[in-house]
Write a new protein. Structure first.
Length: 59
């Protein structure tokens, strides 16, 4: 929220069409990510060389 009379506006954008599907296969996890590409974070769009996607890691 904004302090009254400050004239500041806070805008939050969320992509509610983001879908994650996880399937356990022995020790590894397979994940399919779908969503609106322009609204997805760069961490989700870019993976590592081995195909990992880490949303909490630095890019």
């Amino acid at each position: 929220h904004s302090p009254p009379g400050s004239g500041l506006i806070v805008l939050k954008i969320a992509d509610f069409r983001l879908i994650k599907e996880q399937k356990q296969v022995e020790q590894s996890t397979l994940m399919t990510v779908a969503g609106t590409m322009p609204l997805m974070s760069r961490e989700m769009l870019m993976g590592t060389e081995d195909g990992e996607v880490k949303a909490d890691s630095k890019v």
